[in-house]
Design a protein around this ligand. Structure first.
Ligand code: MIC
Ligand code: SF4
Length: 634
């Protein structure tokens, strides 16, 4: 009577009891990294000191930092390529595609475990892989053969009934789930999709749903591996990777929901959160000036074929700038081969490289006060690069139909042929470079690649100021912004730390330096969003010793522990209100910190105290005391 996830987890269990809330360790079969998090991950791998990765497969993708406006990104690419060659990692060249789309096409396997230094790694759950986002250091440790620790999640069942109507897409399913569960509703949970509606969903549609499960804060999301999975793997020339996988009929779940696909309508997530969902119908007529199609959520052949079919014979509205990035070279080549690219180009769409591009602010920042419609997964404040812009998240159907009309429009009114996908796919693996595993490969290190900062062991008494106090749902984009100006410094922590919290408190960096570090106080779901460990590394570098929050997002909490910053949880949430910025807080007797403890923190400014919980096991407490995972590994 096992769920799908329990079957994969138990087949990979190394230690721990599979009881929700308990720590477990699992064997990791595959890893992936991307360039924006990969440089750190590989610096960490180098410092762990192994000869060759110990996973079945590890892939290093270059898809984020592809704008080469200085030497920095190109230097990082050369570094990544040389490390991959030496340590036995497949290297995917810039322009080859977005890591999640490529991994799905060429490498992900049902019933395998995968962790990736990118929060959207659960994309591969669309073909039944148990795939999770993680910090770069955890990915490095997995490449070195260490099991991956998670808290055994609760298992949530979402039963899909019926069939999507024309104009309604898989994106609308996940937006519906987001409206039901919210951006913190998936924390500590795996979302399993079941029901007869599943068989009507192709793999590209399923991965749109698992991809955006990251926005629920879920540990991962997963679909069964069935005939549709077989069909997809066959088209990819990988039938041998197919295994059937489904939950037992009598499996029991911690929560259950039902969505009737027949009744679903086009939806849109309004600024500035992916769960701020309303119907497209309620927004019809809103003027837009930008549309961006692509990202790891919606960039498959099927997605772009749909775009091509809708735009065919139409012109993008004169007031709209519409860009499109395919998820991979395979998608782009197949569109071209099938004659589906020409209608897109003729309509006036701006064709971009097969990369993350505008999704991570690598270009295409909207105009001041613009409304931008995007098929992406995140519309966090400032992420587009324009603070005054509003970003709405929609399906490909809504995006392209609105781009033609110049205002938000309901794609159910569009006349177009439904996409049929291709009978066979053509494989274009030329941009994957297989490693020589030569131990003498010289590692290329440009001047922007600075040595990894290492934390000091924790002091017994820490008495410092609260440098910043923030509210609920603070994202890692709030903590450590991305975008074309900041991303080139991902391998230079000293430099990137200058941008820490820049959209919330410009003086954060200088205050930390002046006060020799301090504390962060936060509300619920602190650190949601990306897996970027820079959101822990930069604060660590600036001397932040603890984050005291009402609750944390999973990956960020693990990253804080990995870098030796105490993630403390208010025992009593009301104490959040009693703390102000600049208050001096004091932690005592940290050297005798025990697993799963509740400790007292003294607010010296207010002359009172409050309790915080540290629900961590012995290994994690040891890591925190030593100043992080790297110190313990050494
Ligand atoms: C994102 O979508 O926010 C990113 C950029 O892909 C991040 C990784 C990063 O910050 O490098 C993620 O999702 O983990
Ligand atoms: Fe790239 Fe955007 Fe996907 Fe992150 S969410 S991996 S930036 S496409």
């Amino acid at each position: 009577m096992n769920t799908l996830s329990e079957k994969i987890l138990s087949a990979h269990l190394v230690s721990g009891e599979m009881v929700a809330g308990q720590p477990i360790k699992i064997k990791i079969d595959q890893t992936l990294t991307q360039d924006a998090t990969g440089t750190m991950a590989y610096l960490q791998l180098e410092s762990i000191g192994i000869d060759k990765v110990k996973t079945e497969l590890s892939v290093s993708y270059v898809d984020h930092n592809t704008l080469q406006s200085g030497f920095e990104n190109a230097d990082d690419h050369a570094y990544l390529q040389s490390v991959a060659d030496k340590y036995g990692i497949v290297f995917s060249k810039p322009g080859n595609g977005i890591c999640h789309q490529l991994h799905l096409e060429r490498f992900a396997k049902p019933a395998k475990t995968l962790i990736g230094s990118d929060s959207h790694t659960p994309t591969a759950g669309g073909i039944g892989s148990l795939a999770m986002g993680a910090g770069g250091l955890d990915v490095a440790a997995a490449m070195a053969g260490r099991p991956f620790q998670i808290t055994m999640p609760k298992i949530v069942k979402i039963e899909l009934k019926g069939k999507l109507q024309k104009g309604v897409a898989a994106k609308d399913i996940i937006l519906k789930v987001l409206s039901m569960l919210t951006v913190k509703g998936g924390v500590g949970k795996i979302i399993e999709y079941t029901g007869e509606g599943v068989k009507h969903l192709s793999i590209p549609e399923r991965v749109t749903i698992t991809n955006m499960g990251a926005e629920l804060g879920a540990t991962t999301s997963i679909f069964p591996s069935d005939e549709r999975t077989y069909e997809f793997l066959k088209k990819q020339g990988r039938v041998e990777d197919y295994v059937e996988l489904k939950a037992d009929e009598d499996a029991t779940y911690d929560e259950e929901y039902v969505i009737d696909l027949n009744e679903l309508e086009p939806l849109i997530a309004l600024p500035h959160m992916p769960d701020n969902v309303v119907t497209v119908a309620s927004m019809v007529g809103t003027p837009i000036s930008q549309v961006n199609i692509g990202s790891c959520t919606n960039s498959s052949y099927l997605d772009i074929e749909t775009v091509s079919n809708i735009v065919k014979g139409n012109i993008i509205h004169p007031n709209v700038s519409c860009s499109l990035s395919c998820g991979s070279k395979q998608v782009l080549c197949m569109l071209s081969e099938a004659g589906k690219l020409l209608p897109i180009l003729e309509s006036g769409v701006r064709l971009l490289e097969c990369t993350c591009g505008p999704c991570i602010g690598m270009g295409q920042s909207p105009a001041s006060n613009a409304f931008s419609l995007r098929t992406f997964n995140r519309n966090f404040y400032g992420r587009s690069g324009t603070l005054s812009a509003s970003v709405g998240l929609v399906s490909c159907e809504t995006a392209i139909y609105s781009a033609i009309k110049g205002v938000i429009s309901d794609p159910r009114e569009a006349e177009y042929e439904l996409a049929t996908d291709l009978e066979t796919y053509t494989i274009h693996d030329e941009n994957f470079i297989y490693p020589s595993c030569n131990p003498n490969t010289e590692i290329v290190r440009g001047p922007n690649i600075k040595p990894l900062p290492i934390n000091k062991p924790l002091d017994d008494v820490v008495s410092k100021e609260v440098i910043i106090k923030v509210q609920d749902n603070i994202t890692t984009d709030d903590i450590m912004p991305a975008g074309a100006k900041v991303l080139p410094y991902r391998s230079n922590i000293e430099k990137i730390s200058e941008f820490c919290f820049m959209n919330h408190k410009k003086s954060f960096h200088d205050d930390c330096l002046e006060k020799q570090g301090g504390f962060i106080v936060a509300g619920n779901n602190y650190g949601q969003g990306s897996s970027r460990e820079h959101a822990a590394l930069a604060p660590m570098y600036l001397g932040i010793k603890a984050v005291i929050a009402k609750s944390f997002a999973r990956i960020h909490q693990a990253n804080l522990i990995n870098f030796g910053i105490l993630p403390c949880i208010f025992e009593n949430e009301a104490d959040y209100d009693s703390i102000d910025e600049d208050d001096i807080l004091e932690f005592n007797d940290l050297h005798v910190l025990k697993p799963n403890s509740v400790i007292e923190v003294i607010n010296k400014t207010k002359n009172k105290s409050f309790n915080v919980c540290l629900p961590y096991n012995e290994e994690q407490i040891n890591m925190l005391l030593c100043g992080g995972l790297l110190n313990t590994l050494k």
